[in-house]
Design a protein around this ligand. Structure first.
Ligand code: FE
Length: 182
């Protein structure tokens, strides 16, 4: 099975799991994030990055409520590693950095923290809390930092129950197009 087929199969098989404690499933969350990226006029690689940013949650066997148990599943690193065999950094890095981007935004955008969902605040603590000023400067210098920040803001909006957005099939072409990017 090629990787695009594997990804689509993975969402069909495991994507009905709830997205942490939010009111949408993993698949709904992925599709809404990708849709927001596409609506913003993003490149195919960034749309793919948005779609796949949480795929790490689907490739491990920890329970959905791991954060309630005080566990950080490190899904951002796991997902990037899993994808890295097939996709280049423009697809894997924004996702790999999306947790760091949350810590960055909490440190640099005063209105950001106040808009985080309760679930995101809970996981923030497990992820190291807001960045220090030094950490924030270091983050900004990373090649895909600005894409990661964009992705993060879509990610935070992509938790709307019942929102009708394009299905997985819509992104098959984007994913195919990104395969050469490695
Ligand atoms: Fe997410």
């Amino acid at each position: 099975m090629d990787i695009v087929e594997q990804i689509i199969t993975l969402y069909h098989r495991r994507g009905d799991a709830m997205y942490g404690g939010e009111a949408v499933t993993q698949t709904e969350h992925a599709l809404q994030t990708a849709h927001l990226a596409e609506a913003d006029g993003s490149s195919a690689t960034l749309i793919a990055a948005a779609l796949l940013h949480d795929i790490g949650h689907l490739v491990h066997d920890l329970p959905e409520n791991a954060a309630d148990m005080g566990l950080d599943d490190c899904h951002e690193a796991l997902g990037a590693q899993w994808l890295g065999a097939h996709f280049g950094p423009a697809v894997t890095e924004p996702g790999k950095l999306h947790v760091a981007a949350k810590r960055y935004l909490c440190a640099t955008d005063p209105s950001y923290y106040s808009r985080l969902s309760a679930v995101s605040v809970q996981s923030l603590e497990l992820q190291g809390g807001p960045m220090s000023e030094r950490e924030a400067r270091d983050f900004e210098s990373l090649p895909f930092a600005s894409d990661a920040v964009k992705l993060r803001r879509w990610d935070d909006e992509a938790k709307i129950p019942g929102w009708a957005v394009p299905p997985l099939e819509h992104y098959r072409a984007h994913l195919q197009q990104c395969l050469g990017s490695r």
